[in-house]
Design a protein around this ligand. Structure first.
Ligand code: WT7
Length: 655
């Protein structure tokens, strides 16, 4: 485990201010410890009480946790509820006229929607879905830009018990097609176009391409929201239907379909160690409880807040902290269509000032790029409405943390560095801002009821300061229930035999300091974290070898100042190893190729050619060597087991 021992030596500590602590939902460290003790002493009692207090049930549950069939745990398993009811209907008596969503488009146009109006829109859309024959358990793929409609589509599915699978709008038609096929979707909801940073994103055209590529026979209809700025593309009569036509004249009420607590709310595909994305399946009740608890605990939610999570609804962060969490607690939230750097790197700060945002949640990669493009820009805006800042997606480097704290938070806002995953559904390890002192770069302590630990290969806790595998030792309500269509992979990927199938293995390495604070060090599998996006090296390799020119490819990550990690591909062509202009041309083509196979986010930053790849005599690619070469490090490892040591020098030369 020595290879993952940490070298971080950050020692600054930022305790919550008295002012923040006194008003906090969880006020002071003792209150945090009390909650943890309650959870430890009576695990089911703790979660059961929260589920009764925080969720509105149609039929109350009588059993909290069912562990009879590990690792397929069931929570609140005989209860019935509806997630959309919990996000909308239950607020109407008191909050009908409260703003639910403030939407700002790419070019700055602002649209505001109250809870009553959102309720009507969701009901009309849900009735529209019903009119297309969509019913409980059907899968609906959503391929939408950031918009009020994206949230309406997700909530509309939840209302009738349909299972949505949102695919990020930056994914290619091929990735979209794969996900449609795996989910056997009956319906695709999209927009004619998206607009980001002044550029059009051809969403409907990409859906057309995905469906034309074959295998998508399950899809009956395509609903198209008109975001539109320019001419409409081809239209398939009988299949395609405009969103506005679908909802026209539909009743503004739609009785929620009551579902079992364990019925799936959604599937969200994410990258793993193999080439095939995993369909992470989440429950209804346990998932929503996680989103609500963390709105209150981590984000210290107060009714007067203006909450802004900048994540796209195509990722889990946009599910839990855009589409569900904020609505479930009755918050007013800001949703943004565009990008942080358009028209300039002051956009976020300008929007915080304009909308008086109180709670701001974004990714370290965004912070780093905004520091680089305009580190002094926050000073030009009035950011005094802010009271809490958050980060998610990757470790934040202490310099960026301190900049965020001082320049954006004015030194007064706690920063919650939230460690969690697509699979955990909601925050797992993060400071409670009014209770836990923060340290730049540490996600601090587990939330109450989350039994996180760091263990060695045999499952024994490692001592403080030593690196190990991050695990969660007991099931928790918002965790992934299974992988869609693949329960075997679910077991194998997350509940390894080494831990008797009991611990949830997160796939991250971490260590703890002397105060028990967690420091995340990185993935232990072949998953990269590029600008907070999770990408499997195998996916990129499969995309590369699908190109007719390519014989073999190996992909590794390399530390990157802004993106966290960048993608380096080592490629063996079928023809001779190219050089000069020819090599440059092939690199450009291969980058485009990967963009069209997976999506622009997966394009390699660097491609190097060799006559071969460094392999052991048994044919295994030595990735550790490739990582060293990518970083430009001198190779000090023993290379005597290599089949072909001469290849190393070739790969060290970039084009
Ligand atoms: C992986 C999960 C959770 C929403 C966004 C990403 C890394 C996430 C942190 C953090 C250090 C983090 C981990 C994790 N990660 N948050 N605060 N500090 N690392 O979700 O795509 O499922 O990726 O992101 O490596 O395993 P995801």
């Amino acid at each position: 485990m020595s290879s993952i021992d940490s070298v971080l030596t950050e020692t600054r500590v930022f305790p919550p201010s008295d002012a923040f602590r006194l008003q906090a939902n969880v006020s002071g460290l003792e209150a945090y410890h009390t909650l943890c003790e309650q959870a430890n002493n009576d695990y089911e009692g703790f979660w059961g009480q929260l589920a009764r207090e925080q969720l509105s049930w149609h039929k109350p549950f009588t059993q909290v946790l069912d562990e009879r069939n590990p690792p397929f745990y069931r929570w609140f398993g005989d209860g019935e509820l509806n997630v959309s009811y919990n996000c909308l209907d239950r607020h109407l008596p008191l909050l009908a006229n409260k703003l639910a969503i403030i939407f700002e488009s790419d070019n700055g146009t602002v649209t505001r929607v109250t809870y009553a109006e959102l309720y009507r829109r969701v009901c009309q859309f849900a009735n529209g879905l019903k009119s297309l024959g969509i019913t409980k358990g059907d899968r609906v793929v959503i391929y939408m830009p950031m918009s009020i409609e994206a949230v309406v589509a997700m909530q509309g599915c939840a209302r009738i018990g349909a299972i949505h699978s949102v695919v990020f709008g930056g994914f290619s038609s091929k990735s979209l097609q794969e996900r449609i096929i795996d989910a056997k979707a009956r319906l695709v909801v999209t927009a004619n176009e998206g607009v980001r940073g002044g550029k059009l994103v051809p969403l409907k055209a990409t859906v057309d391409e995905a469906l034309a590529a074959g295998g998508c026979d399950s899809v009956e209809r395509v609903v198209v929201y008109k975001r539109a700025v320019h001419e409409d593309g081809p239209w398939q009569i009988g299949r395609d239907i405009w969103w506005h036509d679908l909802v026209k004249g539909k009743p503004e009420h739609c009785e929620p379909t009551w579902v079992n607590a364990e019925d799936p709310l959604f599937i969200l595909y994410t990258s793993g160690s193999t080439g095939k994305p995993k369909g992470v399946q989440h429950s209804s009740a346990g998932y929503l409880l996680g989103a609500i608890n963390t709105m209150r605990w981590t984000f210290d939610y107060k009714p007067a807040d203006i909450f802004w999570c900048t994540a796209d609804v195509g990722w889990i962060t946009g599910h839990s902290y855009v589409a569900y969490g904020p609505l479930a607690v009755g918050a007013t939230q800001l949703i943004f269509e565009g990008v942080p750097t358009y028209p300039d790197a002051g956009r976020f700060w300008q929007m915080i000032e304009q909308h008086k945002v109180t709670t701001f949640y974004t990714a370290p990669t965004a912070i780093r790029s905004l520091i680089k493009l305009g580190g002094d820009l926050p000073a030009q805006y009035d950011l005094s409405s802010l009271r809490l800042l958050g980060t998610v997606g990757e470790p934040i480097n202490p310099e960026a943390w301190v900049w965020y704290h001082e320049k954006v938070g004015g030194g007064r806002c706690p920063i919650v560095d939230t460690w969690w995953q697509t699979e955990t559904g909601s925050h797992m390890i993060t400071p409670l801002p009014g209770a836990v002192a923060t340290k730049p770069g540490s996600c601090t302590l587990p939330l109450p009821g989350i039994q996180a630990d760091i263990v060695d290969e045999a499952g024994f806790p490692v001592e403080n300061g030593k690196g190990g595998f991050l695990v969660i030792k007991r099931p928790f309500p918002s965790q992934v229930r299974t992988l869609w269509n693949d329960p075997e992979r679910f077991k194998k990927a997350y509940f390894p035999e080494e831990y008797n199938g009991k611990y949830y293995l997160a796939g991250d390495s971490a260590h703890r300091d002397e105060q028990g604070y967690f420091w995340i060090m990185g993935r232990i599998d072949d998953v990269l974290n590029v600008s907070g996006h999770r990408l499997g090296t195998m996916e990129i390799e499969s995309a590369l070898v699908a190109n007719p020119l390519v014989a073999e490819a190996a992909v590794v990550g390399k530390p990157h100042e802004i993106k966290g990690e960048s993608i380096v591909a080592f490629v063996v062509l079928k023809g001779p190893r190219p050089s000069g202009d020819e090599a440059r041309q092939i690199i450009a083509n291969l980058r485009e190729w990967v963009g069209s196979e997976i999506g622009a986010l997966a394009k390699p930053d660097e491609i190097r050619f060799g006559d071969n790849l460094p392999k052991t005599r048994s044919g295994k690619i030595m990735r550790r060597l490739l990582r060293a070469i990518a970083k430009g490090e001198e190779i000090t490892q023993d290379v005597s087991t290599l089949e072909n040591p001469a290849i190393l020098q070739q790969l060290q030369e970039s084009v």
